[in-house]
Design a protein. Structure first.
Length: 138
């Protein structure tokens, strides 16, 4: 009797299914990590913009003293000297006046990223309104 040693079709199908399941698990966990990383990036960017706006006004005290300029927040482009990787900031962030204060505002279209930001946001630091993430500059 001459018996050939080879894999059967069923054995090959089982191996392919197991590999497919492992790949699916890796893809799902990878997309969660990407969403978390994007949320962290937005939170860090907003904190940097807030701190940069504070430094901008410390360096330009005449803005505080001029009542006409006091309600005009800085243009996001004015903060370029205070923020690293500035070219990405102007796309989704802006600074607007809000009752004598300024608010940093980010537009977040990805629902998953927005939910992660809500979970990670400090209670008194951020507010979420629709697809807008808001942080006050005091």
């Amino acid at each position: 009797m001459n018996i050939k040693k080879a894999f059967t079709l069923v054995e090959l199908l089982i191996v392919v299914c197991v590999i497919g399941i492992l790949v699916a698990i890796m893809v799902l966990s990878g997309s969660q990590a990407t969403t978390t990383a994007k949320a962290n990036n937005i939170l860090n960017d907003m904190r940097h913009i807030r701190d940069a706006a504070r430094m901008y006004f410390w360096d330009n005290p005449d803005i505080y003293n001029d009542p006409e300029k006091a309600n005009d927040p800085p243009n996001i482009n004015d903060l370029g000297d205070y923020i690293e990787r500035f070219e990405t900031k102007e796309k989704i962030y802006k600074i607007t006046p809000d009752n004598g204060q300024w608010k940093v505002e980010a537009t977040v279209e990805d629902e998953g990223v927005r939910e992660k930001i809500v979970l990670k946001a400090a209670k008194n630091e951020l507010t979420v309104s629709g697809n807008r993430i808001l942080m006050l500059i005091k």
